[in-house]
Design a protein around this ligand. Structure first.
Ligand code: ZN
Length: 372
């Protein structure tokens, strides 16, 4: 069966303008669209025929080949409309379908681009307790996708640019007729990119990117806490074919400190004091993040007492002021007494009174009452 002339199919003169062709196709499409003519094989065939004609005549390239060589010039180029394999550049027709069918079928504005954003990357950065408290600069090294140096990101040999995929005409998807439904699917040839590289770069095999080891300097702000993430915009994988780069996330891993523990912006530490210091009171040296300070432990300090050093904690991230340092006093009961120490403690115990040990006395009074 020989094909009808495309101009004849649409009912326009040879040399008709784009607008006229669109208008003619719109008329045919409205009349023969399968949605409007269910179970009508003839209407379906006419719709396909008109779509194919419009596809060719609305494409500068295909139209000029058709005008020169007839069907032979575009065979295998035009997808054959619905039911055929591929479908050509129908970007121009999107508004027509949009108009007729309420936008649901519109293909306008959905033209795919080969540009793809790069992936976000994440890595862990170990820092010291005080580096996190005061902030630091760290060199990190990572391997990420970067623009291929051979093709400068085009993916083509000798820097040749990618061309519109001939299967989907750059749309990245093809439409197929399934029964009376028209479904879109990702173009199998270009995997949805809409563009293909005819002669791929030997280094990156057409991707335009290669893996590259990179060194970066990361500014860690003072006050950052364990598990928090820094975002380095645009430092992830490079985008493909002009797409934007992904971001790099750096997760902070704070090493444990042998003296300090952190809770938010407060720093906790345990201060051991001797029996006698606790009883008599003493001046003790305690460590802080920025050096040693002298702290007065008051007379009669109990184990477990908490003392606060205002503003000696960690600087508030992005804010003003610091947290506090909280000292947990631990009264150390003497172990392994010398002969002399033992004698002194023996003697000391005979002086224990109600007023020197009010807690003990109160406690034993309660016990006595309980079992009376
Ligand atoms: Zn390359």
């Amino acid at each position: 069966m020989s094909k009808r002339d495309y101009y004849e199919v649409l009912g326009v003169e040879k040399g008709a303008g784009k607008d006229e062709i669109k208008k003619a196709y719109r008329k045919k499409a409205m009349k023969y669209h399968p949605d409007r003519n269910p179970d009508d094989a003839e209407a379906e065939a006419k719709f396909k025929e008109a779509s194919e004609a419009a596809e060719v005549l609305l494409d500068e390239n295909k139209k000029s080949r058709y005008d020169q060589f007839g069907h032979a010039g575009v065979d295998g180029q035009a997808g054959g409309g619905f039911g055929g394999g591929g479908f050509g550049d129908f970007g121009d027709l999107g508004d027509i379908f949009g108009d007729i069918f309420g936008g649901g079928r519109s293909r306008g504005g959905r033209r795919r681009s080969a540009a793809r954003p790069g992936n976000d990357l994440q890595m862990t950065l170990e820092v010291d307790f005080s580096e996190a408290a005061f902030g630091c600069e760290k060199n990190i090294s990572l391997t990420r996708l970067a623009e291929c140096e051979t093709c400068h990101g085009t993916g083509g040999k000798d820097g040749s640019k990618p061309v519109n995929c001939d299967m989907c005409g750059g749309m990245g998807e093809v439409r197929r007729q399934q029964g009376f439904f028209t479904v879109s699917q990702t173009c199998p040839k270009c995997s949805g990119a809409g563009q293909t590289v005819s002669d791929p770069c030997g280094t990156c095999h057409g991707d335009g990117r290669t893996r590259k080891k990179t060194e970066l300097e990361v500014k860690v702000p003072g006050g950052i806490d364990h598990g928090q993430r820094l975002k380095l915009t645009g430092e992830g994988d490079a985008g493909s074919k002009g797409g934007p780069a992904g971001d790099l996330y750096v997760v902070i891993d704070i090493k444990e400190h042998e003296l300090f523990e952190r809770n938010g912006f407060d720093v906790h530490c345990t201060i051991p004091v001797s029996f006698s210091q606790a009883a008599l009171g003493a001046e003790v040296e305690v460590p802080t993040l920025d050096g040693k300070v002298s702290v007065k432990v008051p007379t009669g300090t109990q184990s477990g007492k908490k003392m606060r050093l205002k503003g000696k904690g960690i600087q508030r991230l992005g804010g003003y002021g610091n947290g506090d340092q909280i000292m947990h006093i631990h009264v150390e009961t003497p172990q392994k007494l010398s002969k002399e120490q033992e004698e002194l403690f023996q003697k000391l115990s005979t002086f224990d009174t109600e007023s020197s040990h009010p807690m003990s006395n109160g406690f034993f009074d309660k016990v006595k009452n309980l079992f009376q």
